[in-house]
Design a protein. Structure first.
Length: 520
């Protein structure tokens, strides 16, 4: 693998120095920045402006134990159940035990959680949770309100500088393999070296390597790919979560609008075109079963009956309830001529979340000294083979803070300028649009919800060829770098999926046999 995509003279590009550099602008990045000691200077880097992240689109809420009727052991067990036995139990205990204190900090920051008539924070239930423990803002606009509140707090901190429209090119290391900064490229093709002894990758997931995704269009695995080129270990790359319910048509940016499983938590049921509730025969928890089970049940229903979609029925609830509890979903559907108070919602499964990523310890540290990861870009071990609903925002908070706390207690050395050997680029005529389309098509058809050895092997050959072509090109534009990143993480997902021969969690092999072996 090509070590650096930047191949120029690093001594002649713009150089900026900070104590900490954070890549991302979602909840994990923002909360990590706010958790740093204020005497540390921090650069917050984002690719497409601070209004575009997966966090800002999060609907469901944050899972945390804040009521006496629940306890952290219940939350712990629910998380392990959804993770299909592959969670890091120590990481899960950290998550569920420390999460409530981070919720208190959010309340102190004036995050506008929904409250009841007595002024107490409301909690609801979602799929695979045994108790009501989901906190939400604006009904179904939790991510928006949380992200905006944290960004406002970041804007008031004099030690934090935000850099918009800077795409991550490389994670840099010195002669001893320690992080000493990152290189970015802006939309004009201008590179910048951000020198720092501490780098936190909080760049989000990989959703846009698939044709159908609820992810922001920035989510092309840039942070994960750059970390891989630097030698960071990745884990659980095969575990890609597909959300069972999204509206059947995307928006102008190709993003599919999520229909939160919180609707099913409030009584919504899935139906086919014969009015039948098909989840009752698929799992004991019926419509509240874990996401991977619901997703596959929908796929089988669509395939067996030649249907383009199924339907989500929430007409058991009143119009006033729906408009107040789910205002974002209610009005978005109404804008598309779907009145959810009387109409069934046409839905299909789409890519939604990524459980794998850069391997970290309980403090967000990777195997590279000075490099940290948190949020969807990281594999902390919390989610195992399948994420429990609304644990993702909680993970962003807990492990984003833990990254910052570990940096606060360290004494980093002054970073040196990295030594980058020129790469022998060979210019060639390439159609980046076609490559992007083919990567996404191949991942959807052969590396998506249902997988098998033949398809995975063919996909690896197809995307591997694109990867080789992209690696040989001079990287003078952000789009070329993004395409290489997409190919890099796509290959990692496919190769991990091929190695794991048995189905588990979100990873489903249709060709599984009793002789199948677990990935070593």
């Amino acid at each position: 693998m090509r070590r650096y995509v930047f191949s120029g003279n690093i001594n002649v590009i713009r150089k900026l120095s900070y104590d900490v550099v954070i890549v991302g602008c979602g909840v994990a990045a923002l909360y990590a920045a706010l958790s740093l000691d204020e005497h540390l200077t921090c650069a917050l880097i984002n690719k497409e402006g601070r209004e575009e992240s997966n966090s800002i689109y999060a609907q469901g809420g944050i899972a945390a134990v804040i009521q006496n009727t629940d306890n952290t052991q219940h939350h712990f067990q629910d998380t392990l159940f959804s993770g299909a036995g592959l969670c890091n139990e120590e990481a899960v205990r950290v998550l569920v035990q420390e999460g409530p204190s981070d919720i208190e900090k959010l309340i102190h920051l004036r995050v506008p959680f929904d409250v009841d008539a007595q002024g107490n924070v409301q909690v609801t239930r979602e799929g695979a949770h045994s108790h009501n423990r989901i906190l939400h803002c604006g009904g179904d606009a939790t991510g928006y309100h949380l992200t905006r509140t944290l960004m406002d707090a970041v804007s008031s901190r004099k030690n934090i500088a935000v850099y918009d429209y800077e795409c991550l090119s490389d994670v840099c290391t010195d002669g001893n393999g320690r992080v000493n900064g990152i290189i970015t490229i802006d939309t004009d093709g201008i590179f910048t070296f951000f020198a720092s002894a501490n780098v936190i990758i909080a760049s989000g997931g990989i959703g846009r390597i698939y044709r159908k995704s609820t992810n922001a269009y920035t989510q092309t695995g840039d942070g994960i790919a750059a970390a891989m080129r630097a030698g960071a270990k990745v884990e659980n790359m095969e575990f890609v979560q597909f959300h069972p319910t999204a509206l059947i048509h995307p928006d102008k940016n190709g993003r599919y609008f999520l229909i939160s499983e919180a609707l099913r938590g409030e009584g919504a049921v899935l139906r086919n075109r014969r009015w039948e509730r098909f989840m009752c025969n698929a799992h004991p928890m019926a419509d509240l079963a874990p996401r991977d089970i619901v997703t596959r049940a929908i796929i089988w229903e669509m395939k067996n009956h030649d249907l383009p979609n199924v339907y989500l029925d929430i007409t058991c609830k009143s119009r006033s309830f729906l408009e107040n509890r789910f205002p974002t979903i209610y009005h978005e559907c109404l804008r598309r001529d779907i009145d959810i108070a009387v109409d069934w919602i046409p839905v299909v499964p789409v890519q939604h979340y990524f459980m794998g990523g850069i391997a970290t310890d309980l403090h967000g540290q990777t195997n590279i000294d000075g490099l940290y990861a948190c949020g969807e870009a990281a594999n902390t071990g919390v989610h195992g083979a399948n994420r429990l609903a609304s644990n993702s925002l909680l993970e962003c908070l807990v492990f984003g803070r833990r990254c910052a706390e570990h940096i606060n207690g360290s004494c980093p050395s002054v970073p040196a300028v990295p030594c980058i050997q020129p790469y022998k680029d060979a210019e060639a005529a390439v159609d980046l649009g076609t490559i992007r389309s083919q990567i996404r098509y191949t991942m959807t058809q052969k590396g998506g919800i249902i997988r098998n050895k033949t398809n995975l092997t063919e996909a690896i050959a197809t995307i591997g060829a694109y990867h080789d072509t992209l690696q040989s090109l001079p990287m003078w534009s952000d789009m070329r770098i993004i395409m290489l990143n997409m190919a890099t993480v796509s290959l990692a997902v496919l190769q991990a999926a091929l190695r794991r021969e048995k189905s588990v969690g979100a990873h489903y092999r249709s060709d599984e046999t009793k002789e199948g072996t677990e990935k070593k």
